[in-house]
Design a protein around this ligand. Structure first.
Ligand code: CA
Length: 219
């Protein structure tokens, strides 16, 4: 999934970005509120991890404006102070969840998994379709009970397709899920990953719809 991280602290931002990448996400990192605003207008994110104390535009203002524009994507806020007021204002401004600094990276990842799960309408921790089962917590993938080893990009691509079985995703939509800012995209990268996935999961698992994109059938 493609995640926007908004954090002005370099050390913390670095750690969060690395952690989310390790979990298989493409992460864009904005270091102030205005850059975050531009990113949100330009890209389609699965979720936002939002620090509240930011240069140029604070997190609560950004969040309020985002919700006022009708954007419903999940937002997890990071608050520096453990004050009830901050958290209440954050939740009332449209945040879906919060973490108080300092926090464990593993907790951030777990909360994000829960938010993404709810947003995709699949409340069960396992994502299953077409005999494939994917566990976002452990990144374990099985097909008909057999464990399948996938690279980080293969996993991310499969995850994106499994979110909406029966719905085709275009190459451009898949590239958006796989690559963050500044990462070079090979011209046929998606085709190559699809090829690998078919080899590992069975050629009939992912269908090509000519001129439209790729789909995992519902059954
Ligand atoms: Ca800050």
């Amino acid at each position: 999934m493609r995640i926007l991280l908004v954090e002005d602290d370099a050390l913390l931002g670095d750690a969060i970005q690395a952690g989310l990448r390790q979990a298989g996400h493409a992460v864009d990192w904005a270091r102030d509120g205005v850059k975050a605003e531009l990113a949100l207008a330009a890209e389609d994110y699965a979720a936002v991890v939002l620090d509240l104390g930011l240069p140029r535009k604070d997190g609560l203002t950004l969040l309020g404006e985002l919700r006022a524009r009708g954007k419903t994507l999940p937002v997890l806020i990071l608050t520096a102070r453990d004050t009830v007021d901050d958290r209440i204002r954050g939740l009332d401004s449209g945040a879906d969840d919060y973490l108080v600094k300092p926090f464990e990276l593993s907790e951030l990842q777990a909360r994000l998994r829960a938010l993404l799960r709810r947003a995709s309408g699949t409340p069960a921790p396992l994502i299953e379709a077409a005999g494939i089962s994917l566990d976002p917590a452990t990144r374990r993938v099985t097909r008909n009970g057999q464990e399948i080893e996938l690279s980080a990009r293969e996993y991310a691509l499969l995850h994106a397709l499994l979110q909406h079985p029966g719905r085709a995703l275009s190459r451009a939509q898949l590239e958006e899920q796989l690559y963050a800012w500044g990462e070079e995209i090979g011209s046929n990268a998606v085709e190559v990953f699809i090829h690998h996935l078919r080899r590992k999961l069975g050629s009939e698992t992912i269908r090509t719809l000519r001129g439209i994109g790729y789909v995992i059938p519902k059954t």
